[in-house]
Design a protein around this ligand. Structure first.
Ligand code: CP
Length: 338
């Protein structure tokens, strides 16, 4: 995806100046924006099946058994990297971790040279996290194996969008068809810098939900909401009252430094923190999500993060089956194109 196993359409103006090196046409999973609802539902169905597998069931996959799968993480991660490793292992693959700090990246090797070096070792797939938007797509254009975007700058984090959609479906009994018609999701906080907000907006709108971006004008601008097919509000109580799920976004202090977009953590917390009092005004069946890592006491109160409506750890748990489904379907697509 930008799509699983989609052969790129021929360029009507003639060959591209630098044709992609992915000669099998396996683009991996680079983004959710623009992906058909049917394709998103297919991954979610597979993920739900892996999530429901009996403990100890054989979930190994013939296209991945004993094949290396490389985690290329050029930016820190806890959830995504570990869950991709667990997912690869449950499929019978051998997860490999490249840490930028301990690799030849520190000697100046480029992202593309690093990826092509890893590819030459025969990996079945690459998972790429990088601080630059477009990094995973750049790698995908220069290697023949599937590439999965594990978060690129403020662009997208597609497997996070998928695991959030699975979590929402489980909470609201929508696993049959993954049709979210009639339901509303509020994405609250720093949408501007958030790749999670972009992937969530793509997934939830594709599946039929109404999505509302809520935050201060500098962090949830109406133009961004329109571009993502969402509504926007700067009124937290209005957003919470209508929501069947709220996704609280992390305030990204590392990206906000010196921008003046927020006055400071205390002022932000006063205006935008999901407190127990605010959470109590949500619909009875509404759930609270957060992609993590959380700034406890800033965007979310600890009692809400750990409370009965919280699905934060369920989101983490769902990361493994979603990433199993993604890896398995990419491997099948690559085998079809071989
Ligand atoms: N949600 C998320 O991407 O978390 P990590 O940065 O820990 O992978």
């Amino acid at each position: 995806m930008t799509s699983i196993a989609r052969t790129p359409a021929p360029n009507p103006r003639g060959p591209d100046p630098q044709p992609p090196r992915n000669t099998r046409g396996v683009a991996g999973v680079l983004a959710l924006r623009g992906v058909d609802a049917a394709d998103i539902r297919a991954i979610l169905r597979r993920a739900a099946a892996y999530a429901d597998a009996a403990p100890g069931a054989d979930t190994t996959h013939p296209a991945l058994r004993r094949r290396p799968v490389a985690n290329l993480f050029f930016e820190d991660s806890t959830r995504t990297r570990l869950s991709f490793s667990i997912a690869a292992a449950r499929l019978g693959a051998a997860p490999l971790d490249l840490h930028a700090a301990g690799s030849s990246v520190s000697k100046g090797e480029t992202l593309i040279d690093t990826a092509r070096t890893v590819e030459a070792m025969g990996v079945a797939a690459m998972i790429v996290r990088h601080r630059c938007a477009g990094a995973a797509a750049a790698v995908a254009s220069r290697v023949a194996c599937p590439v999965i975007n594990a978060g690129d700058g403020r662009h997208e984090h597609p497997t996070q969008g998928l695991l959030d959609a699975l979590t929402f479906a489980q909470a609201h009994g929508r696993e049959d068809g993954f049709d979210f018609s009639g339901l509303t999701v509020a994405i609250v906080g720093d949408a501007l810098h958030s790749r999670v907000a972009r992937s969530d907006a793509a997934a939830f709108t594709a599946l039929g939900a109404r999505v509302v971006l809520a935050g201060p004008p500098a962090l949830a601008p109406p133009a961004l909401a329109r571009a993502l097919g969402c509504e926007s509000t700067h009124d937290l109580d209005e957003a919470l009252g209508a929501a069947d799920a709220v996704q609280m976004l992390r305030i990204q202090f590392e990206r906000l430094a010196d921008t003046g977009a927020i006055a400071g953590p205390e002022a932000y917390a006063r205006a935008w923190q999901l407190t127990p009092e605010r959470a109590a005004r949500m619909k009875r069946a509404a759930i609270v999500m957060h992609p993590g890592p959380m700034n406890r006491g800033v965007e979310i109160h600890p009692d809400v993060a750990d409370g009965p409506s919280s699905r934060v750890l369920r989101q983490v748990d769902n990361g493994v089956p979603v990433r199993m489904a993604t890896l398995a379907m990419c491997a099948e697509a690559a085998a079809d194109h071989a």
